[in-house]
Design a protein around this ligand. Structure first.
Ligand SMILES: Cc1cn([C@H]2C[C@H](O)[C@@H](COP(=O)(O)OP(=O)(O)OP(=O)(O)O)O2)c(=O)[nH]c1=O
Length: 206
């Protein structure tokens, strides 16, 4: 049995595509949405993840509106935010910012919030924010220097990617691991399935 529902993934993140593929779900179309991701003044990381995931899904809906090929499709979007307390760490391409983030994360616990937004075929908007607590070991200056040289922090929330070298920094993780990588699989499939998407249809094709 193959997946019959149409799914637009409003994302340019290869991690999100891979995570969905891991669960046997294949987006019909990928639509990276270039929205302004700047946090508002004193915005809570949870609120930011909610606002941006919904913003990406709504932007994709606006882009396909009126296109008969996408009538009846589901639209899924996500946004991952890393914070230490209320301080939001940037998703950066700049080595100085990544270095600052790693110094902050060193020897401490932080939270990773991923907002997931699903727009159903009848255009109901469903939203969740999942959070995971992660504790890093104390990073030595060599850890930080070598990690920065690896480039694995580029474009990742909080300046690290748990699915790479930084997995070795993790002393403890409470909650969903896939949430940290960018899409909480259990909660996303529950959201899809609760809205009538047959999440099992693609399992035979894995
Ligand atoms: C913390 C962490 C984040 N990330 C990634 C997930 C997201 O791709 C990125 C956070 O940025 P996002 O703005 O959530 O996503 P994105 O810009 O990469 O993709 P899009 O908006 O098009 O969906 O950081 C990891 O890959 N591993 C990690 O351990």
């Amino acid at each position: 049995m193959a997946q019959t529902e149409k799914l637009i993934l409003a994302s340019g993140s290869p991690r999100r595509v891979e995570l969905l593929a891991q669960a046997g779900i294949a987006p019909t179309r990928l639509m990276p949405m270039d929205i302004d991701e700047t946090p508002k003044r004193s915005e809570h990381p949870r609120s930011l993840a909610r606002r941006l995931s919904t913003g990406k899904a709504q932007a994709a809906l606006a882009a396909v509106k009126g296109d008969p090929a996408y009538a009846g499709s589901y639209i899924l979007a996500a946004d991952t935010v890393v914070s230490v307390g209320r301080r939001i760490l940037p998703k950066t391409e700049m080595v100085d910012e990544a270095s600052g983030a790693l110094h902050l994360l060193s020897g401490r616990s932080h939270r990773v919030f991923t907002g997931v937004c699903l727009i159903t075929p009848d255009r109901t908007v469903r939203q969740k924010v999942i959070d995971t607590k992660v504790r890093f070991k104390r990073l030595s200056s060599q850890d930080i220097e070598q990690y920065l040289a690896s480039g694995q922090w580029r474009g990742k929330a909080g300046g690290y990617a748990i699915q790479g070298i930084a997995g070795s920094f993790v002393v403890k993780l409470v909650g969903s691991y896939t949430n940290v990588v960018g899409l909480p699989l259990y909660e996303t499939l529950a959201l899809l399935s609760g809205e009538g998407f047959d999440v099992h249809a693609g399992w035979t094709d894995i």
